[in-house]
Design a protein around this ligand. Structure first.
Ligand SMILES: C[S@@+](CC[C@H](N)C(=O)[O-])C[C@H]1O[C@@H](n2cnc3c(N)ncnc32)[C@H](O)[C@@H]1O
Length: 214
C-alpha cells in the first residue's frame, strides 16, 4: 500500500511537471547516433529533461536498449544514469540512422548535426546560428569515437560546432549535449515567449522560468 509520504512525493512531482510544461520546447528532438556508453546516454536524457527538450531519439544498431520507452523506464542503468529523468522524458529507439531519418522526414523535421570538425556544406559556430527558424528541429549527436555518420551529415541542414581552445580534439558527448541544447532551447524559448506575447495569452512574464524550491 502507498504511504502518505510516497503519495505526497508523487503529487509534488506531478505539480512540478505541470508547472514546467509551458516552458518545454515543442518540436525539438535530440538524436543520439549509436552511443556506446550508458553514462553518456543517461547524461543526455538528464540534460534533455532539465533543459526542456521535447524528446530523445536513439539510433541503437547494436540493440543494447529495450524496444520501447516503458522498457527503458524499467532499466535500472538508465534510471540511475539519468537520475530518473527517463521517467519523465520520452525516448524512442531506432535500429538504424536510415530508419530514424525516414521517421523524421515523414514528420517534417529538419536535421542538424554537431561535430568538432568541419562537415558537409554549411558549418556554423554554436552561438552564431538562429535555431528559431526551424519549426521542427532534430539535433544529432554522434558516436563517442566515430562522431556523426556521413549519412546524417548528408541529410542535415548544417553542422554546428562548439569552438575548441585546448589540446583535446573534442568534448564528451554528454557535455556537448548540455552546451548545445542550452543554446538552442534558450533561443527557442525566447521565440516561443515572444510569439505568445504577440499573438496569444502568455503563461509567464518575459524571460521568467519556473524555479525549484531549495
Ligand atoms: C567524443 S565526440 C566524437 C569525436 C569524434 N572523434 C569525431 O570526429 O567527431 C562525440 C560527439 O560529441 C559531439 N561533440 C564533441 N565535441 C564537439 C564540439 N566541439 N562541437 C560540436 N559537437 C561536439 C559530436 O556530436 C560528436 O559526434
Amino acid at each position: 500500500m502507498e504511504t502518505d509520504e510516497t503519495a505526497a512525493r508523487k503529487s509534488a512531482a506531478r505539480q512540478r511537471a505541470d508547472e514546467v510544461k509551458p516552458f518545454r520546447c515543442k518540436n525539438l528532438i535530440a538524436v543520439l547516433e549509436d552511443p556506446t556508453d550508458i553514462r553518456n546516454i543517461g547524461t543526455v536524457i538528464r540534460n534533455v529533461n532539465a533543459l526542456g527538450v521535447e524528446k530523445t531519439y536513439i539510433v541503437d544498431p547494436r540493440r543494447a536498449l529495450p524496444d520501447d520507452w516503458q522498457g527503458m523506464r524499467e532499466r535500472r542503468s538508465l534510471t540511475k544514469t539519468s537520475v530518473s529523468a527517463i521517467k519523465w522524458s520520452f525516448v524512442k529507439r531506432f535500429d538504424s540512422s536510415e530508419e530514424c531519418l525516414a521517421h523524421l522526414n515523414r514528420n517534417r523535421f529538419v536535421s542538424i548535426v554537431t561535430s568538432p570538425h568541419i562537415k558537409g556544406r554549411r558549418n556554423v559556430v554554436l552561438h552564431e546560428a538562429d535555431y528559431s527558424v526551424y519549426t521542427r528541429l532534430a539535433v544529432w549527436f554522434g558516436n563517442e569515437s566515430r562522431g556523426v555518420s556521413n549519412l546524417a551529415v548528408e541529410h542535415s541542414e548544417m553542422c554546428v560546432s562548439i569552438p575548441m581552445f585546448g589540446m583535446i580534439e573534442s568534448l564528451n558527448l554528454g557535455t556537448t549535449s548540455g552546451i548545445v541544447l542550452y543554446e538552442i532551447t534558450k533561443q527557442r524559448r525566447e521565440y516561443q515567449s515572444k510569439y505568445k506575447r504577440a499573438g496569444k495569452r502568455r503563461k509567464g512574464p518575459s524571460g521568467d522560468h519556473p524555479r525549484t524550491s531549495a
